[in-house]
Structure formats: structure tokens, C-alpha cells
Design a protein around this ligand. Structure first.
Ligand code: PRT
Ligand code: ZN
Length: 293
């Protein structure tokens, strides 16, 4: 099927209606300036200031809605996209909803490595990914497909082990299970339909992506301000892990300057101590809302 979707100029975006990805996805949309409200009561939400409508779905349905072109874009876990074998394009990894699909067996179990699973029963809500993983290592397993509470199945002797999503590992621990190996690392992805899109929609998607990139860069960066003696400026410039030159402004107090720069957040604490040693004082770090290069 390769039909054009010119019937509407609005971008239609699928997001999870209610679940683990919902808040982070709506935060991101608000963060890139897309305004909407009351979304919990409706299945379709029009946004006020961007040519976008949101379709609120169960996460399991999102890959197919995007694949079929009912939605142009979607926010959904890589685990769902891959399990559904969806023909969609992945535009961005969004670094939230991070988890892994992992195999776990009971504490006392001798099933530790993939090669030991030949002929064993594995309970999972991810039959495709689990089966494919074992096929790739040449091991034949039996899948017990379960839609929820997978972690209880070994205790009930329904399965020898499970393959399930893990984030903190708390659920496995509470059920006497030990994580043995990972099948897939997952995060939320922004996906796009492979159906033909109008020129107008393609341009809107480019704009949307530019905003997302700005938002993501801003999240990883901090605005840093400090005062320093003029003679320390050269040393401080070398210490600042910024790709761009810092802004340097004279202060009313002679011999002193204010230095402003944007740095990666992960380096802030290391750099701050070195800046102090170099003579910087009154160091302030501020979050950034958005950033366009
Ligand atoms: O109703 P709908 O179908 O939309 O939602 P859902 O209940 O199927 O999905 P939901 O909201 O639970 O998860 C949506 C997405 O969040 C998943 O598809 C993953 O991409 C992502 N995600 C991230 C997780 C987890 N972390 C996670 N920990 N999804 C599920 N879990 C479950 C896991 O299945 C297990 O039961 O949480 C439990 C384990 O968590 P820990 O922290 O104890 O390890
Ligand atoms: Zn679901």
C-alpha cells in the first residue's frame, strides 16, 4: 500500500494514552512548544499552535497505526516496534522509557546461559523477539505466551524461565527471579510511517525534528555563569568543555569579568572544581529550556 495522505495537512501523531511513556511524551511535546490540554478525556486531541493532532492509543497499537499511515509519527518503545516487526522508519531515540528485555530464571535454577535452554519453556509477552533471539544462537525453546504477570509463571510451573521487560529489577527480585542475560535494550523511539507524505507534512516533520533536537540538546546542557579575575580568563577558557567560545563581560569591579558558557551537564561537577582552583567564584548553573544551534 503506497497511498498519499494528502487528505489532511495536520500531522497526526500517536502517543500512549495512559502508561509509562505518557507523561514523558507529553512533557516533551509541551517542551517543544506544542500546546494542548484535557487529553485524558479524548482519543484525538487537536493542538492549539502547531499543525498537529494527537491520537491516544495503547502502546501495542502504535507501531501498526504508524505502519499503515493512519498516523504519520508515533512515540513508542523500541520493544513494541521490533516485536510487531513493523515497517516504519525510526527517526530518533529519545532516551526515556529505557528498559531491557531480559531472560530470568528462579534463584535456584541451573538455567544461566542461552545454550542451556534447549527444549525449555519460556513465558513471555514478547514471543517474536524471544524466539528470534534463541534461534540466532541455535537453541530451540517452547514459548508460553502470556499477556501479563509473566514473572509468576515459574512458581506455578507453567514455565522454566521468563523473558520480560526489566528496568529497576525490583519485580524480578520480588518474585525470586534472577536476571540471566539480555535479549534487547530498549528506549522510546520517534517513528515515522513509510507511506507517502505530502510536501507540507514532510516540511512539518523537519520542523518538528528540529525542535526535538533543540529540546534534547538543551536537556543535556547547562548554562554556566561565573566571575573571575581577568588574568584567569585564558586558563578558564581551556577548562570549559564548550564547543563555542564563552561570553566574557567586564564587571564594575576592575580586574574582574563575568564568564558565560554552555557546557554538557555530565561534565559540570568535574569542571566546577577545576574552575574554582583557577580563581572562578560565584559559579551558577542554570537549566536551559531549548537550544537551536
Ligand atoms: O495500556 P498500554 O498497552 O498502553 O500499556 P502497557 O501496560 O502495555 O505498557 P506500560 O505503560 O507498562 O509500558 C509502556 C512502555 O514502557 C513499554 O513498552 C516499554 O517500552 C517501557 N518500559 C520501561 C516498561 C518498563 N520500563 C517496565 N519496567 N514497560 C514495562 N515494564 C514492566 C515490566 O513488564 C515488569 O512487569 O515493569 C515491570 C518491571 O519493572 P522493574 O522496575 O521492577 O524492573
Ligand atoms: Zn501495551
Amino acid at each position: 500500500m503506497n497511498r498519499s495522505l494528502d487528505h489532511t495537512t495536520s500531522l497526526r501523531i500517536a502517543i500512549q494514552k495512559s502508561g509509562r511513556l505518557t507523561d514523558k511524551t507529553t512533557d516533551l511535546l509541551h517542551g517543544i512548544g506544542i500546546e494542548f490540554d484535557n487529553y485524558k478525556r479524548n482519543l484525538m486531541v487537536k493542538t492549539r499552535n502547531f499543525d498537529v493532532e494527537l491520537l491516544l492509543l495503547r502502546d501495542d497499537d502504535i507501531p501498526e497505526y504508524v505502519q499503515d499511515g493512519i498516523c504519520d509519527l508515533g512515540f513508542v518503545g523500541a520493544n513494541e516496534v521490533l516485536e510487531k516487526d513493523s515497517k516504519v522508519s525510526v527517526l530518533r531515540g529519545l532516551n526515556y522509557g529505557n528498559c531491557r528485555l531480559a531472560v530470568a530464571s528462579q534463584k535456584e535454577s541451573e538455567l544461566l546461559k542461552p545454550t542451556q535452554f534447549d527444549g525449555k519453556k519460556i513465558a513471555t509477552s514478547y514471543p517474536i523477539l524471544t524466539k528470534r533471539f534463541f534461534e540466532n544462537v541455535g537453541v530451540s525453546i517452547e514459548i508460553v505466551e502470556i499477556s501479563g504477570a509473566v514473572e509468576i509463571t515459574p512458581q506455578l510451573h507453567l514455565a522454566d524461565a521468563i523473558s520480560d521487560l526489566v528496568s529497576t529489577g525490583g519485580t524480578l527480585k520480588a518474585n525470586g527471579l534472577i536476571e540471566r542475560f539480555t535479549i534487547l535494550e530498549s528506549e522510546t523511539k520517534l517513528i515515522q510511517t513509510q507511506q507517502a507524505l505530502s510536501e507540507g507534512k514532510q516540511q512539518l516533520i523537519q520542523k518538528f525534528l528540529q525542535r526535538i533536537d533543540g529540546y534534547q540538546t538543551a536537556k543535556k546542557s547547562r548554562y554556566i555563569l561565573m566571575n573571575a579575575p581577568t588574568e584567569s580568563v585564558e586558563t578558564i577558557k581551556v577548562l570549559l568543555p564548550s564547543m563555542k567560545s564563552p561570553t566574557i563581560m567586564p564587571l564594575a569591579q576592575t580586574g574582574m569579568v563575568a564568564i558565560h558558557s554552555v557546557i554538557p551537564y555530565e561534565q559540570f561537577w568535574d569542571v566546577m572544581e577545576q574552575l574554582q582552583d583557577a580563581g572562578a567564584s560565584d559559579i551558577v548553573m542554570l537549566p536551559i529550556e531549548s537550544m537551536i544551534a
